[in-house]
Design a binder for this molecule. Structure first.
Ligand SMILES: [Zn+2]
Ligand SMILES: [Zn+2]
Length: 218
């Protein structure tokens, strides 16, 4: 990784945190994808085409705009310092590196995953997010395939309404899954057989009606 020749450098803490992520952590987390991270470049500044997002990724370059109210960095004493925190900026970097993985993978381990078609729902993105969560939260019971499945379910309008949002807002290891996928996998009702999304892990019936009906039947 290297930082593009800006007249203004990142402050020291950001610099070392970013180098650690790009050179060591990300290649480890996504090793299966076989991606070259050595060509990643980072850039920050007020160039007009940086847009209004927190950051963007294109052709190996992660760009951080510094002029909008969502920006990760502000200029202070001749350096770019985090507007919120180093962790916040690192989270955004993780997200953008996910796009690098999808763009540069030589191994494409997500080829069998069936998911959506837009940037933050495509098979590659489900894999990138699922793999990273699994790496940093070994007890998480999900998988890239489950994430993709949940995304498709959310498109059908059944349950998991926030899932697409969770996928698109993936911000690295600092933010574990906000939804408990394990409790949201569908199962069939013990009484009527209908598929439903249990709110609790132990739920057996799709509705109160079925729970009571089963109780009466006994
Ligand atoms: Zn993105
Ligand atoms: Zn039922």
């Amino acid at each position: 990784m290297f930082i593009m020749s800006n007249s203004i450098p990142f402050c020291k803490e950001v610099d070392s945190a970013f180098f650690k992520i790009v050179d060591r952590l990300a290649p480890d987390v996504w090793s299966e994808a076989d991606v070259d991270f050595s060509n990643v470049r980072l850039s920050a500044g007020n160039a007009a085409d940086y847009g209004r997002d927190r950051a963007s990724y294109k052709n190996g370059i992660v760009s951080f705009p510094t002029s909008n109210r969502h920006s990760c960095f502000v200029e202070k004493s001749g350096e770019y310092v985090p507007r919120v925190s180093v962790d916040d900026a690192c989270g955004v970097l993780w997200h953008e590196l996910g796009h690098h993985v999808i763009a540069e993978s030589k191994n494409v381990p997500w080829s069998a995953i069936r998911a959506g078609q837009s940037t933050h729902s495509e098979p590659g993105w489900c894999w990138v997010v699922g793999t990273a969560w699994k790496h940093f939260h070994p007890n998480w019971e999900g998988s890239p395939e489950i994430m993709a499945q949940m995304y498709l379910e959310s498109r059908k309008g059944v349950g998991v309404p926030s899932f697409a949002k969770v996928l698109s807002s993936f911000h690295g290891p600092g933010r574990p899954p906000e939804i408990k996928l394990c409790t949201m996998l569908s199962r069939s009702c013990d009484y009527c057989g209908k598929e439903f999304y249990p709110e609790r892990k132990t739920a057996k019936f799709c509705s109160n009606k079925c729970r009571v009906a089963q109780h009466r039947a006994k």
